[in-house]
Design a binder for this molecule. Structure first.
Ligand code: ADP
Ligand code: MG
Length: 193
């Protein structure tokens, strides 16, 4: 078992994050809390790469579909279909269009509770309802109401692994072993020793 301070998570600054010139601002927030950058690159992902990324977990299609249907019902709205897999099919097509629209910046961050800390700083999926002080809450104003009306994916600037398991699957999908840096950061002395 690796030590908790060695936990790693994947962050992708999505095409809207690049176009809004928020790369520095976003990385700054993850750096300032004390996480260590261990990998980073810029690329235009293919649709196949994005589909694989979101379906690494075989349960993702069902869970996401059910979550989305529940979201509609909670708001008193009728979902486009009652079939969770069909709902996810629509979402996935929209996600592929969004995530391949231009370059993204992918990175791996390491540190104690990296997955949870990054999710906390990132904020909830829908920018309209994500907390003030989070990246998605502070820098973008999209909502499900907007994306439903326009038939597109929600623009929320970043992807962040949702769990330690998700991170374990996602990191090798984006980075080869040789791209992951092993080095000692001087801040580790203050944070952990
Ligand atoms: P998160 O990125 O917060 O982990 P999910 O894994 O549930 O969220 O969904 C992946 C991405 O798909 C989201 O970041 C968002 O861009 C998009 N998305 C998810 N649900 C919806 C939805 N109901 N409508 C539009 N886009 C969505
Ligand atoms: Mg997710």
């Amino acid at each position: 078992m690796p030590h908790p301070k060695e936990e790693r998570t994947l962050v992708i600054i999505k095409p809207d994050g690049i176009q809004r010139s928020l790369v520095g601002e976003i990385i700054k927030r993850y750096e300032q809390i004390g996480l260590k950058l261990v990998a980073m690159k810029m690329l235009v992902p293919t649709a196949e790469h994005i589909e694989k990324h979101y379906t690494l977990d075989p349960e993702w299609r069902r869970i996401t579909g059910e979550k989305t249907i529940k979201g509609y019902k909670d708001k008193g709205l009728t979902p486009p279909t009652e079939d969770p897999l069909e709902v996810t099919g629509i979402l996935l097509e929209r996600l592929k269009k969004y995530m391949t629209a231009g370059p993204v910046v992918a990175m791996v961050l390491e540190g104690a509770h990296a997955v949870k800390i990054v999710r906390k700083l990132t904020g909830g999926t829908e920018p309209l309802t994500s907390d003030v002080g989070t990246i998605r809450g502070d820098y973008v104003l999209d909502s499900y109401q907007m994306t439903d009306a326009d038939g597109r994916s929600i623009r929320n600037l970043v992807h962040a692994s949702g769990s330690v398991d998700e991170a374990r699957q996602e990191i090798p999908h984006w980075f080869s072993k040789g791209e992951l840096m092993e080095y000692r950061h001087i801040a580790e002395e203050i944070l952990y020793n």
